[in-house]
Design a protein around this ligand. Structure first.
Ligand SMILES: [Zn+2]
Length: 884
């Protein structure tokens, strides 16, 4: 799955510290979800023959399934997963013999159905036939509907979302990843609509009543969570690549906006066929675009039928930016990587979810760097580390490989550790064994385990064999224990033309810096400025001495492939600080990232960051300026309410950022580098938030032009201009924006405008946005996103509102996200009262094993309070010392 990434602005990122998928509550179901998800191992499914008759308007469906299964141990009962299903008939047959009826009993809490027979079933092959009915939801779990506006009126389309454990809402099944089976899906649908599934349509028959019966070809052996069904007023565009039919499926009239996704999929397929050494095995691969959004995910890798929300797949020439274009590519690259890592080879259980998500995340970065070097995304690895380490440095973190006991814990596993730390660790290990050996190991792993299930050690075994050197021990250190190593760099000594330095391993921690550090074997790469030769070592048992060619300033973690923080002895830091502009951009980013993180945790002086900022020239790499802009906005947010202290910092930040914007200008130069466009958007939003008068004026001027002629403002500027105006909106301005949202016919543009209504700084307008979120006006999938957006600048307001309206709120959140959504609202707070509120909320609404997101949000709040008290005075002091 692709996690939902908030694709706007540094402002958002700074204020929220880049937490992506917004977490929280739980319905009564969640409270009961402490039961194990494991089923009795007495029977194994081999094939599902499923026939569905959905009634989209009524929100219900009828289903029939015949499951071919092997009873492996004599039993009188068969238990499988089922949720919100009602059974009308259940019978089992063997070899065409007489049917033996069963009584069905459903356990809502365990999400199971048990069928009991009059006599014991001896081991052997059987057919279990079930007739049942189920529910079509309005949030993305199980079979669900999405409504959208067109010029002709309201339309409704159906889709499915089964990961991690929601196939059981559509098909009674062994809904665990290791029970792989084949599926044949059939559906009775309105004849005018298009039905899509994992496999191509095998037959389509128009029935006497005018409906059509569509039967899809049988799937290969696969896990239940990868099955897909979609139905609606769709259109499909295709092209043939590598012998596979690639398709994009959109609402009618939308396929031209999917042209980029389609064409890039063809390029990706060729790369992946080559990289994995096993060809994509299905005859077709569709990417299905759906309007709206989920609080939980952006896209899903159903085998042969990827599901993607429109904002991450379609490009609208009027509103889509360069970042949107990159997101379309990255999303397709992520989901297509899963067609191998996840679909062809699947983790045995959710403990090893990172094998899916860490790999798909690593692959998406790799493919972007390789196929779109013009986007200059290689530097983004520092941002990936940053997000992972931020989460990994509080006590509520967990190892990459973790024990998952319940459905809800599986859902919570889709987090920054699984995705970002997973990606970071893979990158580090690939760097350690070398690209060629790594690829050889991955190919062997694919070949050996295709159509099967694995655990992490299966991968390490393949990599070690290919690399001919040990990797398991390092891999275990970084995946089986939590936390972030900290490498302390001693005072470098120049000796015979080399730099000799002692490295000591400690631990980077935000909330327990005094704790005895865990131990890691840490692969380290170091380089001196002015030399191209690198030195490598693995820190073992806490310490290593390293001899690095050359005698310039010393960069540890050169290239930033290692998953650890680096802290330098003051003399070594000063040498780097003085030479900052001469460092490679990736190392500038790494140094900024570590310096600020360690400044916040108190493991280095906070003002070191401002020393580096002072040494950053106006023409530094645009991504370095984007990073600094983000950090400045984080500091701005840390100061909280308006005050003379905050004003002093804002003046400083404005004085640094305004000349950079003036230098690159509001209008793009032809052929400018892609990161410049992103920096421009970041600077406009930041300077708007800092109340920089010329920026506010220019944004207003362009906004008025946009009202007169949507084509007058380039798509790249539309979002930052709207963001600045929406943030500073007054009552009439807000009402005008709402009217524009209401009249907008493009679902993507409409969603954007409703979210902007939730960004106004004005408290009264925030309250109006919250009220509006719970009406039918914005559309069922925008509500939770609007409340989450308010929480970014007014967390107490949003949290209190959501708790007070819990029932309505829950109806508008994906069921699997409920235990994460509410803590997500609170996480931006710096108010000590919020911790108590959060604890009361968790105690009343969350199962004991499902409170990690709530505890992590509380840790974030405590950290913010501590940083305000202990670290901001260092920033104040530096500003006073450097006042002109
Ligand atoms: Zn994924």
């Amino acid at each position: 799955m692709q996690r939902r990434l908030i694709a706007t602005a540094v402002l958002t990122l700074a204020a929220t510290c880049a937490v992506s998928s917004l977490p929280a509550h739980a319905a009564p179901r969640a409270v009961q979800a402490t039961v194990t998800t494991q089923l009795p191992r007495t029977a194994v499914p081999r094939h599902y023959d499923v026939a569905l008759t959905p009634d989209a308007q009524a929100g219900t469906f009828a289903g029939k399934v015949t499951i071919t299964l092997d009873v492996v141990q004599g039993t009188r009962t068969i238990t499988l997963n089922a949720a919100d299903l009602a059974f009308q008939r259940a019978a089992i047959t063997q070899g065409g013999g007489a049917a033996l009826a069963a009584t069905a009993s459903v356990d809502d809490a365990a999400q199971t159905a048990t069928f009991t027979f009059a006599r014991t079933l001896a081991p052997g092959r059987y057919q279990l036939a079930l007739d049942y009915t189920g529910v079509i939801g309005t949030q993305a779990a199980g079979l669900f509907s999405l409504d959208y506006q067109t010029k002709e009126g309201k339309q409704r389309a159906l889709y499915t979302q089964f990961e991690n454990s929601d196939a059981r809402r559509m098909i009674p099944s062994w809904d665990e990843p290791s029970y792989k089976a084949t599926f044949t899906l059939a559906a009775i649908v309105p004849a005018a609509e298009m039905a899509v599934s994992n496999m191509p349509v095998a037959s389509r028959t128009v029935l006497p009543d005018g409906r059509a019966r569509v039967v899809f070809a049988p799937t290969p052996k696969m896990s239940t969570y990868l099955l897909f069904f979609g139905l609606g007023d769709f259109e499909r565009a295709t092209l043939k690549a590598e012998g596979t039919e690639l398709g994009v499926v959109t609402r009618k009239g939308g396929s031209s906006q999917a042209a980029f996704a389609l064409e890039q999929s063809a390029i990706l397929l060729k790369e992946y066929n080559d990289y994995f050494g096993v060809r994509y095995p299905l005859p077709k691969l569709d990417n299905i675009a759906a309007p709206g959004r989920s609080q939980f995910f952006g896209a899903m890798e159903n085998w042969g039928a990827i599901f993607t929300f429109e904002y991450a797949m379609l490009l609208d020439p009027l509103i889509s930016t360069q970042e949107d274009r990159q997101e379309v590519f990255v999303t397709a690259a992520h989901e297509m990587a899963h067609q191998w890592f996840g679909d062809l080879v699947t983790m045995a259980w959710w403990d090893d979810l990172w094998l899916n998500e860490g790999f798909a995340s690593w692959m998406e970065s790799r493919m972007t760097e390789r196929l779109h070097p013009e986007w200059q995304t290689a530097l983004s690895i520092v941002g990936v580390h940053e997000r992972a380490m931020r989460r990994d440095a509080v006590a509520t973190t967990h190892p990459v490989v973790q024990h998952v006991a319940t459905v809800e814990q599986a859902s919570q596993a889709f987090d920054d550790i699984t995705y970002m730390k997973g990606e970071s660790v893979i990158r580090m290990l690939e760097n350690h064994v070398g690209e060629t050996a790594w690829k050889k190991g991955v190919r062997a792993y694919m070949k050996q385990h295709k159509y099967g299930n694995t655990v992490s050690n299966d991968l390490w075994t393949s990599i070690e064999k290919a690399a001919g050197k040990p990797v398991k021990a390092i891999a275990h250190d970084f995946t089986m224990q939590p936390g972030v190593p900290l490498v302390r760099v001693g005072v470098p000594v120049c000796s015979s033309g080399d730099t000799v330095v002692t490295l000591t391993q400690a631990e980077y921690s935000r909330d327990q810096p005094e704790r005895k550090p865990l131990a890691w074997r840490v692969p380290v790469v170091a380089q001196t400025l002015g030399s191209t030769a690198q030195a490598r070592t693995v820190i073992n048992k806490g310490q290593a001495t390293l001899r690095v060619p050359g005698c310039g300033a010393l960069v540890v973690n050169a290239g930033q492939n290692g998953y650890y923080r680096t802290v330098y002895a003051p003399a070594a830091f000063d040498a780097l600080s003085v030479q900052f502009p001469a460092l490679a951009p990736v190392d500038q980013l790494g140094l900024l990232s570590d310096t600020w993180a360690l400044g916040l945790s108190g493991q280095a002086p906070a003002a070191n960051l401002l020393e580096l900022a002072a040494g950053t020239p106006e023409d530094a790499n645009p991504q370095v300026w984007s990073k600094l802009t983000g950090i400045f906005m984080q500091i701005h947010a840390l100061y909280g309410e308006d005050s003379p202290r905050r004003q002093r910092f804002d003046d400083y930040a404005t004085a640094r950022l305004a000349p950079v914007l003036a230098r690159i200008g509001w209008d793009a130069d032809e052929g400018e580098a892609t990161p410049v466009a992103s920096l421009r958007a970041d600077l406009i939003e930041a300077l708007g938030a800092l109340q920089h008068t010329p920026t506010l004026g220019e944004a207003q001027r362009r906004y008025l032009a946009l009202q007169r002629d949507p084509a007058s403002v380039p798509a790249a500027l539309r979002q930052p201009v709207l963001a600045v105006v929406a943030r500073s909106n007054d009552v009439p301005g807000w009402a005008a924006l709402r009217a524009a949202a209401k009249n907008e016919k493009s679902p993507m543009a409409r969603d954007q405008l409703y979210l902007l209504l939730a960004t106004a700084d004005d408290k009264g307008l925030s309250e109006r946005a919250l009220e509006l979120a719970l009406t039918d006006e914005p559309g069922a999938t925008n509500s939770a996103a609007m409340v989450a957006r308010v929480a970014q600048h007014a967390p107490e307001l949003a949290f209190d509102f959501a708790v007070a309206n819990m029932e309505k709120m829950n109806a508008r959140i994906d069921e699997s996200s409920r235990s994460r959504f509410f803590p997500g609202l609170a996480t931006h707070s710096g108010n000590p009262d919020m911790i108590g509120k959060l604890q009361r909320y968790a105690a009343a609404n969350l199962a004991e094993g499902s409170r990690r997101d709530a505890e992590t949000a509380a840790a974030e709040i405590r950290d913010r309070i501590k940083v305000r008290q202990a670290r901001l005075p260092e920033i104040d002091g530096w500003l006073v010392r450097h006042a002109k």
